[in-house]
Design a protein around this ligand. Structure first.
Ligand code: R5P
Length: 296
């Protein structure tokens, strides 16, 4: 297909093709696939359209990031050689946000290192609910010219409003307060936040606040569920207080290993997530939110 240099293009990676295509449909932009071949030894061959316009959006969510980052770097470098001048990374889930400092001597501060790597090729970054803890601004983590951190909270609040069952929202730790409050406030829902002590990747302690849970529809809210230990520990304690139902709502459903079974065993009836990471629990689509940001 011939396309002029001034017609922006969205490029989608194989495992995130469907949301990338929806984003193109929402924005009316052209779309093309990036083709990836994995050689027997694990290396990747990355192939793009032969000629690219000046403005290109690369769309890939960065869960399971190590291989994806290498392929993204290959694609971005190639895009610049093939005619692109302005690259935007649309990464609904942004990886390597947790290590924003050296917690122990000798540790790589991966947030800053990966951020600098992305900023070498990309002018703009668009992501959703990045896990910024001690880092104040997304641009401090990823020093691109324009770093846009969108919030999934309005879309989640709208989803809960459609459910129309007046749930009680609970955040499992202090950091989740920002997301719980942002969802509860527009939907005018009750909310509370627990306290968490993390002792290791799979060892967390949660202290719930004193609140009446019996007979309520409780929704545990967090930005991300990974191993599920955080939400399972909160769910286990809430389940003992006899809620009418107990569900989980997260932006990013990493749900690694047996996380789903862990949540179910803790009494969770239902898990709902956005399509920032494709998963059977996806109920909230982000393409409208992302589309509005593309030319914002
Ligand atoms: C941490 O502060 C995050 O908001 C999540 O609570 C955490 O990453 C969840 O991890 P996991 O599911 O492994 O407990």
């Amino acid at each position: 297909m011939t396309r002029g240099p001034d017609t922006p293009l969205i490029l989608g990676f194989p495992e995130y093709r469907e949301p990338a295509r929806r984003l193109a449909a929402q924005t009316g932009l052209d779309y093309a696939d990036i083709d990836i071949h994995t050689f027997p030894d694990g290396e990747s061959r990355v192939r793009l359209p032969q000629q690219l316009p000046h403005q290109v959006f690369l769309c890939r969510s960065l869960d399971q990031p190590n291989r994806k980052l290498v392929e993204l770097e290959l694609a971005a470098a190639a895009a610049l050689q093939l005619g692109a001048r302005r690259l935007t990374l649309v990464a609904p889930y942004l990886c390597y946000m947790r290590q924003d400092t050296a917690f122990h001597p000798g540790e790589a501060v991966s947030q800053r290192i990966i951020g600098a790597l992305l900023a070498r090729r990309f002018e703009r970054l668009i992501t959703v609910d990045p896990h910024l803890h001690r880092t104040r601004k997304l641009q401090d983590a990823v020093p691109v010219r324009e770093a846009i951190a969108l919030s999934a909270a309005p879309a989640m609040a709208a989803y809960l409003e459609r459910r129309n069952d007046n749930p009680l929202l609970i955040g499992p730790d202090e950091e989740s307060a920002q997301w719980v409050k942002a969802i509860a406030t527009p939907a005018r829902l009750d909310y509370a936040v627990a306290r968490k002590q993390r002792r290791g990747d799979r060892d967390v302690r949660i202290r719930l606040p004193e609140l009446a849970v019996t007979g309520r529809r409780v929704v545990l809210v967090d930005d991300v569920v990974s191993t599920g230990h955080t939400l399972a520990e909160a769910a286990r304690q809430l389940h003992a207080r006899h809620p009418a139902s107990l569900s989980v709502m997260v932006t990013h459903a990493l749900l690694v290993g047996d996380a789903m079974q862990r949540l179910q065993a803790a009494g969770v009836d239902d898990v709902c997530s956005t399509d920032s990471i494709l998963h059977a629990t996806n109920r909230v689509r982000l393409d409208g939110l992302l589309a509005a940001a593309l030319f914002g």
